[in-house]
Design a protein around this ligand. Structure first.
Ligand SMILES: Cc1ncc(COP(=O)(O)O)c(C=O)c1O
Length: 412
């Protein structure tokens, strides 16, 4: 910080120079972290909402009742998409990790209420690290079930073997981040129910995709008996800027365990349903606005377009000998392994990065094999003509040169 401060344009110029060195979040050259739509009208809307709510605070619903009503509408809309029965409850949060923290907290309290001293989370190895993080933060044990090597979904026998009377929560992904495959939610929920545990469906990625698929997939939502909670992120395939997810509970009373309420200090009653205190209302109100703007038809169109794009990427990449898709992905995440020992997909990814394409990398730790990964966004439709030939060129160069790479990249 300078003593005298700096003119606005000077500060912005430095920011722009710094941003110019990072990948462009709008450019459709990234395959995760950001979800560019290429839809200018939709972006105009999210910008306008953020402009209007730039200095908002979503902490106190009594001071801004209209803001809070719109946030409740987001929870209601998402509840409708995933079949939350009447009597259920939930809230918005700042993102998938916070939704998962809240689901694990509620499950821990449920387990404690039935006398479990040290509850356990059981999750397939494909579950997002947020479950291990929640167990770490909230002092639960964490047990990881292996994946079925072919489908890359949770190995149900192994999972059953890890669930016992200490289990607070069993996780199923709809669909999984590493391979985009849908766990057998009905079987996982039944295993959980047998020992009185909850079953959380991680629909952080799939929750705004699966309801809009043209063809049904196996049941994964609250229509499945034994599913007790779910997380759905709007800041992924709800196409809003970061800061919005929804966590839902089949039992509205237990959703109350999310709440922290305190009045033993001199400044009045404090209450909040998640981790953050003061926070911007903009991401959640942007979610409300995008739901209004796109409507069901808009989301169906976005999902249809992403499935088409994913299919084209898959067909294009798989013209390369030995590049094989993992499992049976159901939505917008695809991943590949190399069946040719002489072809390193990391080396292909290194060459792609030199051309400005940021493919994600799988390590294969505890499930599947090392390989490549993409999350498809609507804007990728506009770059296929460059992406696929570049991939094929890079692949051929690796075949020609025998280049190798041990750069497994990083998720975060
Ligand atoms: C399946 C799944 N669950 C949870 C999360 C965590 O979400 P967030 O990064 O919004 O905290 C992610 C993030 O990619 C995810 O893919």
């Amino acid at each position: 910080m300078d003593t005298e401060g700096r003119p606005v344009d000077d500060v912005l110029a430095e920011l722009d120079a710094a941003r110019g060195k990072d990948p462009d979040p709008h450019g459709a050259h990234l395959f995760g972290l950001t979800y560019p739509t290429g839809d200018r009208e939709l972006e105009r809307l999210t910008h306008a909402v953020h402009d209007r709510l730039l200095y908002s605070n979503a902490l106190n619903p009594f001071r801004f009742p209209e803001q809070s009503r719109l946030a409740e509408e987001v929870v209601r809309e998402v509840s409708g998409l995933v079949g939350l029965p009447s009597g259920g409850g939930g809230s918005t949060t700042s993102g998938g990790t916070e939704s998962i923290l809240m689901a694990v907290l509620v499950a821990r309290q449920r387990a404690r209420a039935r006398g479990v001293a040290r509850p356990v989370v059981v999750a397939p190895a494909s579950a997002h690290p947020a479950y291990a993080k929640a167990a770490h933060f909230l002092d639960l044990d964490y047990r990881q079930a292996p994946l079925d090597p072919r489908s890359l979904t949770a190995d149900l026998d192994a999972l059953r073997g890890l669930v016992d009377e200490r289990t607070a929560l069993v996780v199923a992904s709809a669909f999984s981040y590493p391979h985009g495959v849908l766990d057998d939610v009905a079987a996982v929920a039944a295993i959980a129910a047998e020992s009185g545990a909850g079953c959380h469906v991680d629909a952080c990625v799939g929750g705004m995709v699966l309801p809009f698929l043209p063809d049904p997939v196996r049941p994964w939502d609250f229509s499945v008996p034994g599913v007790t909670s779910m997380s759905v992120d709007l800041h992924k395939y709800g196409f809003v800027p970061k800061g919005c997810s929804v966590v839902l509970h089949r039992d509205g009373d237990w959703a109350g365990h999310q709440w922290f309420v305190y009045d033993q200090w001199p400044a009045g009653l404090y209450g909040s349903p998640a981790v953050a205190g003061a926070k911007s209302a903009a991401p959640v109100i942007a979610a409300w606005a995008v739901l209004q703007h796109l409507g069901r038809a808009g989301f169906e169109q976005m999902v249809a377009s992403m499935l088409d794009t994913g299919g084209r990427i898959r067909a294009g990449f798989e013209t390369c000998d030995g590049v094989v898709v993992n499992g049976a992905p159901v939505g917008t995440i695809l991943s590949w392994r190399s069946e040719r020992p002489d072809v390193s997909l990391y080396a292909v990814a290194d060459l792609m990065e030199a051309k400005g394409w940021w493919l994600n990398r799988l390590t294969g730790t505890n499930g599947g094999e090392p390989g490549l990964h993409v999350m498809v966004s609507p804007a990728h439709a506009g770059v296929l003509d460059q992406l696929i030939p570049d991939f094929v060129d890079c692949y051929e160069e690796v075949v020609r040169t025998g280049a190798s790479s041990d750069d497994a990249g990083r998720y975060a």
